[in-house]
Design a protein around this ligand. Structure first.
Ligand SMILES: [Zn+2]
Ligand SMILES: [Zn+2]
Length: 95
């Protein structure tokens, strides 16, 4: 587990191998996942939103996501995803 999320390594296991994935539940729950692209860590299965600008990992996405967990900007190119920024947590339909 790496302490600082650098957008290139998995924040959970430090792995650097990812594949494009789709998750119906996550895209139904989070608008920015529906409009964006997801990558999954091939080591531990953690999922990340892909930065539209540079293709690196923007922020980790998981079912119990909280607003304080998402990146304010891409850790690699500093692009701000307006949908992630505007997200106030209410679009997460937990139940
Ligand atoms: Zn991982
Ligand atoms: Zn980026």
């Amino acid at each position: 587990m790496s302490d600082i999320f650098d957008g290139k390594h998995c924040s959970e296991c430090g792995g650097d191998s990812f594949s494009i994935t789709k998750d119906d539940w996550l895209s139904r729950t989070f608008k920015f996942v529906e409009d964006g692209q997801l990558k999954m860590c091939s080591k531990c299965g953690a999922k990340f939103l892909v930065c539209e600008q540079c293709g690196n990992l923007y922020t980790r996405i998981h079912p119990a996501l909280e607003t304080w967990e998402v990146s304010l900007s891409c850790p690699v190119c500093n692009t701000v995803n307006p949908e992630v920024k505007a997200w106030d947590g209410t679009s997460a339909r937990h139940f």
